[in-house]
Design a protein around this ligand. Structure first.
Ligand code: SAM
Length: 452
């Protein structure tokens, strides 16, 4: 039944265009990576990763992967956070926010973290990214992915959008809502998306998306920009959702989407609230990727939206002596930075961190723990700042020790001296290690190793 419901609706809306728009260029789902600009440029990646790639039309940091069999998750550059494997069209929405270093940015539906890592890269380490995921298990994966990508200025939350809106009204310059949706763009990649599909699911997702959008509107500062996206074709979740939002929120205007890829949104999908649907964007299967819908909206200036509540900044802790001594030796550039302390954990506080009574999974960088007055560095410290560690074991992609390290083995020390070190591959951090007797003891967390 789900297939009939979908096909009938789309044939009615598209008429003769149905066959063309839904004809995918290849039988297998498109694969892509988004290069992490905190680590390298797409050009450098294309020259050094040893993969066959071509530029993506959807985002300047995106690359299409030509070999469907390549195991991207085992690639040393994946461990080094140089890229995020992402279905190509999924990289378009985050790239359309105007994120600049120093801004406050919110990603309300963020796991597993593809778009959050793009937003973090656009911030370039300056400003604040609040990355939220409603589902607890997925929020942990989001935290791990942002850690792998070396993001230092994110707060990872496991919250409802409504609670975030109540805690941080008018706080953010830019907000992304990549809504939980009925997933019609996923039918080819995930057959269960088709099995679960139907009119009930579409109605449920449309109602949830509208609640999330209202929370996003409340979080946004005057003149702030909101991007809304889905990976479905369902009118109620796409143009219909945007039309209803504009009717509820006259303080928002729709911004045009540049004509670089895909097609304009469609007027006959607006439902009860007609608007300039051509300013929204669709990516049909025939246009590469698996399908996406997106819209960009701006909130009115302060004179029209009124004052927004002030949010208190978080307080820094007193400097911890064990951390200061460790940082002085291995990370001198971090020694004076504000920290927070939570039981035995020392965290490097992100810039502009607000005081939060929310479920926080990670705030800034977990530098490490203090155990019996000694500082033990955490994996996140190396992924975020390892390139600047004073003691480094420098590996390359061609070096056999790189694969050995990723399997969890001890390796010969050639560039690092005794003590803690950061192990890098082509200059990008893999993890911490500890050198003694000419060997580097492996501190790559067991769960992250290449086994089998
Ligand atoms: N932006 C993510 C990325 O690029 O990796 C993908 C997000 S996915 C399309 C939508 C997310 O919304 C899912 O992780 C889902 O768990 C989450 N979600 C589910 N229910 C939600 C709710 N009530 N409020 C907010 N998010 C919710």
């Amino acid at each position: 039944m789900p297939k009939e419901f979908f096909e009938q609706r789309e044939r009615t809306l598209l008429g003769e265009r149905y066959e063309t728009l839904y004809s995918a260029p290849s039988k297998t789902a498109a694969r892509g990576v988004t290069v992490n600009l905190l680590r390298c440029t797409p050009e450098w990646f294309a020259d050094h990763a040893g993969l066959s790639v071509s530029p993506s039309p959807f985002c300047s940091a995106g690359l299409l992967i030509e070999d469907p069999a390549v195991k991207l998750g085992r690639h040393p550059y994946h461990h080094a956070g140089a890229f995020y494997s992402q279905e190509p069209s999924a990289s378009a929405p985050a790239a359309m926010l105007d994120v600049q270093p120093g801004m406050k940015v919110l990603d309300l539906c963020a796991a597993p973290g593809g778009k959050s890592s793009q937003l973090a890269a656009a911030l370039g380490g300056e400003g604040l990214l609040v990355s939220n995921e409603y589902d607890g298990g997925r929020a942990v994966i989001l935290r791990q992915n942002l850690e792998r990508m070396g993001v230092a200025n994110a707060v990872v939350l496991n919250e409802t959008p409504a609670r975030i809106a109540a805690a941080l009204p008018g706080f953010f310059d830019q907000v992304l809502v990549d809504a939980p949706c009925s997933g019609e763009g996923m039918f080819r990649k995930e057959p269960q998306a088709l099995a679960q599909h139907g009119p009930g699911l579409v109605a449920q997702c449309a109602a949830l998306g509208s609640e999330i959008l209202d929370a996003a509107a409340a979080c946004l500062a005057p003149s702030g920009v909101l991007v809304y996206s889905t990976c479905t074709f369902a009118p109620e979740e796409d143009e219909g959702q945007v039309g209803a939002f504009l009717a509820r929120h006259p303080e928002f205007e729709l911004l045009p989407w540049p004509d670089r890829f895909g097609s304009p949104g469609e007027a006959n999908r607006c439902g009860e609230y007609p608007f300039e649907a051509e300013k929204t964007r669709r990516i049909w299967p025939c246009q590469g990727g698996e399908g996406h819908f997106m819209a960009k909206l701006r909130k009115a200036a302060p004179e029209e939206t009124g004052k927004t509540a002030r949010v208190k900044p978080a307080k820094a802790a007193k400097p911890n002596a064990a951390w200061q001594a460790f940082a002085g030796e291995y990370f001198p550039q971090l020694a004076g930075l504000p920290t927070m302390q939570l039981e035995d954990m020392v965290l490097l506080m992100p810039e502009g961190m607000p005081a939060l009574k929310l479920h926080v999974l990670r705030a800034g960088v977990l530098a490490g723990t203090v155990q019996k007055n000694r500082f033990v560095p955490a994996h996140h410290l190396f992924t975020a700042f390892g390139g600047g560690c004073t003691n480094r074991e420098e590996l390359t992609l061609a070096d056999a020790r790189t694969q050995a390290w990723l399997r969890g083995e001890e390796i010969e020390a050639r560039t690092a001296h005794s003590g803690w070190c950061c192990v890098t591959v082509d200059g990008m951090p893999l993890s911490g290690g500890k050198v003694s007797g000419g060997k580097v003891k492996n501190h790559l967390p067991k769960a992250l190793r290449n086994l089998g």
